[in-house]
Design a protein around this ligand. Structure first.
Ligand SMILES: [Zn+2]
Length: 43
């Protein structure tokens, strides 16, 4: 499941946009966390 989902911490909604509510959105899933998940699943 590939998602480029981001989250706006201003209105607390998930969005695909890089900006929301006049501020930059942050990734819903931290890169390091997803990477560890992949490594765990690989083994
Ligand atoms: Zn927003």
């Amino acid at each position: 499941m590939v998602t480029k989902l981001k989250r706006c911490y201003v209105c607390k909604k998930y969005t695909m946009k890089s900006e929301c509510c006049g501020s930059v959105t942050k990734s819903a899933h931290p890169p390091k966390f997803t990477l560890l998940e992949k490594l765990k699943q690989a083994r």
